[in-house]
Design a protein around this ligand. Sequence first.
Ligand code: TLP
Length: 345
Amino acid sequence: MNSRIDLRSDTVTRPTPAMRKAMADAEVGDDVFGEDPTVNRLQERAAGLLGKETALFVPSGIMANQLAVRLLTHPGDEVIIEAQAHIFHYEAGAGGALSGIQFYPLAGARGVLEADQVADAIRTDEYYLPPTRLICLENTHNRGGGTIYPLEKIKSIATIARSRGVAMHLDGARIFNASIAGGIPAAEYSKPFDTVSFCLSKGLGAPVGSLLMSNDQQLIDRARRFRRMYGGAMRQAGILAAAGIYALEHHVVRLKEDHEHAKRLARLLHSIPSVRITPHHVETNILIFDVVGHRLSPPEIVAALRAKGVLVNTIGGPSFRAVTHLNVSAEQIEEAGAVFSRILA
Ligand code: TLP
C-alpha cells in the first residue's frame, strides 16, 4: 500500500479484510436462474431498508438509473432533471441512446430544485409537445457538493408530479449519507418515488454493485429483462452481494466519520486565501471548492497536489472536488490540509 491520500471519489475504497472474508465465504448460485441465495438476501435487505417491496441487484449505479428511465418512459418522452445531475451529466448520453427520451434540465441551488420550477416545466397536454413522463432527483447531490435534498422539497415536488401523472425516480447513490447526516431514515426519503437506486460501491465501501427498488413487482420483473438486455445479468454474483450485505451491516453508521472529516477539511481549506469554499455548505462527504487568482492552472494544481500525495479532481472552471471515505483517516485529513496550504498558498 502507498501513503497517498485519495480524495478523488468515495468509489476508490478497497474492501476491508472482513469484507473480503464475507465475500470468500458467500453461498452462491446462478442468479440468472434466481438461485443465488446471497443475491436474494441482499435484494430483500435493500428493499426493506428503502421501504420498498422489491429490489434488483445490478452492476452499477448507472445501470440502476438507466433501468429506471427505461421502465418509466417511452421514446419521445421528456424527463425533468436538475442540470448538474449525474443522470444528465455523467451517464454518457444513455437517456437518449437507450430510452429515446429527451431531458429538460433545470438549474437548481446546489442541486436542489424548487417545486414551482418543476411545476412550470411540466408540459401541457398538446400533441406537439413532448410528454413529461418522469422527474429524477438526486440525494445527496454529487455536483451540488453532497447536498442533502430537504425532505419537504421532495414531498412538494412529488405532490405536483402525482397530480400531473408524472413518475418519480430517485438517484440515491449516496442516500445513506443523506440519511445519516440528516437523521432521516432512507425509507422516508424514498417513499415519494416510484423507483429508487442506491450504490454499494461509494461511501459504503463495497467493490461493485447497486440496487434498484420499487413497490411494483411487475416493474422490477421488467427491470430484470432490461438488465439482461443491457448485459448486466450476472451468475454467481453472491460473491459481490456478500460485500454489499457486509457494507449495509457495518459501513452505514460510520459514514458520520466521513462527514466530520469533510467538515474539518472544509475549515482547513477555508483558511487558505486562494480557496473559495462555504464550510456550512459541506453537509456530507463531498466538498466542492474554487481556487482563484493562483499562478497554477487547475490541472497544474491537481498535478502539484498529486506530487505531494494528495489526489483530487477538477470538475470544470476553477472548481475542484474532494470526497472523504473509509480509507481516509482523521490524520490524513490534517496531512491533506497541510499539503493544500503549501501548494495553494
Ligand atoms: N459518481 C462518480 C462519477 O461518475 C462522477 C463519482 O466519483 O462520484 N449517481 C451518482 C449521484 C453518482 O455520483 C454516481 C457515480 C453514479 C450515479 C453512478 O454510479 P456507478 O459509477 O456505479 O455507475
